[in-house]
Design a protein around this ligand. Sequence first.
Ligand code: KG4
Ligand code: ZN
Length: 336
Amino acid sequence: MRVLGYESSCDETGVALYDTEKGLLAHCLHTQMAMHAEYGGVVPELASRDHIRRVVPLTDACLKEAGLTLADVDAVAYTQGPGLGGALLVGAGFANALAFALGKPVVEVHHLEGHLLSPLLADERPEFPFLALLVSGGHSQIMAVRGVGNYEILGETLDDAAGEAFDKTAKLMGLDYPGGPRLSKLAEEGDATRFTLPRPMLHSDNLDMSFSGLKTAVLTLVRDVEAQEGGLKEQTRKDICRAFQDAIVDVLVAKCLKALKQTGFKQLVVAGGVGANRQLREALNSAAQRRKFKVFYPPLALCTDNGAMIAFAGALRLKYAHPVAGYTVKPRWDLA
Ligand code: KG4
Ligand code: ZN
């Protein structure tokens, strides 16, 4: 079965074709990052309009890359939520219309389920059950994943998501949008010994997290340093980025270790945009060696939003769960 998947929940238009026998046949992506950069963040109305512009050319490009036509498509999947209402409607409208015209089933996918299952698209894959660390711009959750559709939230952020903390901190440090990856790049050249920031809820007796105080701590530090140095020197900026990244990584790693101990699971899956963070990966990889568990990631190109994870999750939903057809979007939607 070949599933054509659509992702349009935020500022990326993704279209992909997944074959249940042969794997991922093609995936095409357009990112609107440059368009939103001058506004310092995603402008929802501009995002919706751009999805409309991209969806047909990307569909053509995806089918061309796979060497197939619409006649070869057996089902259409799309991100139903959570995300920006108008942006979601573009994918929902297009996918429903296409499926109707082709006389094929349409399947709605939860965006986070797409992220959660994306490591199953890598060469080295986990087996159910596994623990998942889902860290994106909108969510930070630790989940027990026992099968397709069987998800239990064990802990989550009480305020900002990890990616949101990266983005907001980057903004207050004067970095351009998208701030998260930029901050992370600067942190790699920072001195880890110069500043220390708090590790919120590191020792709390649950798996919940909190990241909003960290950004305030950075703001205070930046102001103090600016007053002392008469501005923010380039190396100081890198050192602060490093201190921030160290704090987030420490908390995420500690919570994962705690959750692994609590569940007894031996496999950890890391998904969502922050999963692309190199320092987080290195820290988790070395913890995995020490503590004898295995850690899995999606292919790097599929860490951030993409159509491949939606086509794939759609295919699994068609196989294992009972998709409910209906032309709706759910801008707010809990996975578990
Ligand atoms: O999963 P994703 O593409 O979109 C959402 O569903 O939110 O995640 C985007 C988030 C952004 O907050 C971005 O700053 C963050 O992932 N991100 C990173 C890195 N790459 C993306 N954060 C830290 N380090 C990175 N290398
Ligand atoms: Zn996402």
